[in-house]
Write a protein that binds this ligand. Structure first.
Ligand code: GDP
Ligand code: MG
Length: 163
């Protein structure tokens, strides 16, 4: 079995919250404060009878913006190498940030299935705000709330179709 799903994205978009929901285990550290050194976390999950591993690429270090971005770039490249499927998480509350654009740029070159998850869509009023993420050039996206679980079923349905 080698279905590996990597969750990537800039800090604070909700990667670890999504990871915790997918693996139904509070393994990753959810932290409202950015700039904490953290390791990568691995978990197991299954959906519609398909088993898969999930990587939460949370680990990053305090530093200047340059070091910070370099660290994220490293994490994303590692995830791209290791994963069969990539979930790119962005945040509807913040909208598109320069760091999202950096990550999207890396992902646009990748031949593996990429699922863009617009997170923090906690209510349907936020659906409309998600359209700006089309500008990242990755096509279709899934609106989800990692906190209340809405939309995550549709995302998982689409993900396991690729396994
Ligand atoms: P990470 O740095 O990408 O791993 O992000 P975290 O999972 O640590 O979450 C960062 C912050 O966003 C935390 O305060 C979470 O509670 C919050 N958060 C995560 N998912 C959601 C969501 O679906 N809705 C809202 N409103 N907040 C969320
Ligand atoms: Mg995290």
């Amino acid at each position: 079995m080698s279905n590996i799903v990597a969750i990537v994205g800039r800090p604070n978009v909700g990667k670890s919250t999504l990871f915790n929901r997918l693996v139904q285990r509070r393994d990753a550290i959810v932290d409202a404060v950015s700039g904490v050194t953290r390791d990568r976390h691995y978990g197991k999950s299954n959906w519609n009878g398909k088993e898969f591993s999930v990587i939460d690429t949370g680990g990053y270090t305090v530093g200047s913006d340059d070091i910070f971005e370099e660290e994220i770039r490293k994490q994303v490249n590692l995830a791209i190498e290791e994963a069969d499927i990539i979930v790119f998480v962005v945040d509807v509350e913040e909208g598109i940030s320069p760091m999202d654009e950096e990550v999207a740029k890396l992902l646009r070159k990748v031949k593996k299935p990429i699922f863009m998850a617009v997170n923090k869509v906690d209510n349907s009023m936020r659906d409309a705000n998600a359209v700006e993420f089309y500008n990242l050039g990755l096509g279709e996206y899934y609106t989800i709330s990692s906190i209340n679980g809405s939309g995550t079923g549709e995302l998982l349905d689409a993900m396991v179709e690729e396994m």
